[in-house]
Design a protein. Structure first.
Length: 146
């Protein structure tokens, strides 16, 4: 009996995913499609996630707020490189795949590997140190006031 949690898709309902020209080919009936959710519901799901898949055709950039939200919750995040990929993320806790085959293999490996509370905390701390908007604003303001 499979005890793994289901794959949960947020941001799009089943009909939207099924009809999408790019992601529709990966549609699976057994997945749990939640559609658009309020931020607190999203954060609850991300906080409990075993793995968050954030593939971007053009790569991970500083504008990928869904990936940042997952990282801020301590989740393991698998994302992708592409022509807009920002090299800043090479030294981040994001797992980065260069090809679709690499993405699939890395996802399977991460899914089969246990996470730890200390690793979750490390990801949260990296987010707070490097990209948390409130802390960035405070640092910039302190620099201006010096």
């Amino acid at each position: 009996m499979d005890t793994d949690p289901p794959l949960i898709v947020i941001g799009a309902d089943a009909d939207t995913v099924r009809a999408h020209p790019t992601v529709g080919k990966w549609f699976r009936e057994q997945w749990d499609y939640r559609g658009r959710l309020p931020a607190p519901d999203i954060m609850r799901l991300l906080s409990a996630a075993k793995l968050v898949l954030s593939p971007f055709i053009d790569g991970m950039t500083g504008r990928r707020t869904s990936a940042f939200a997952a990282l801020s919750a301590g989740a393991r995040v698998l994302t992708s490189s592409g022509h807009l990929f920002d090299p800043f993320f090479m030294k981040s806790p994001f797992h980065i795949a260069a090809t679709m085959e690499d993405f699939v293999q890395t996802a399977a490996t991460l899914w089969a590997t246990a996470d730890s509370d200390s690793e979750r905390q490390r990801r949260i701390e990296w987010h707070q140190t490097h990209v948390d908007p409130a802390l960035l604003d405070a640092r910039l303001l302190a620099m201006v006031l010096e």
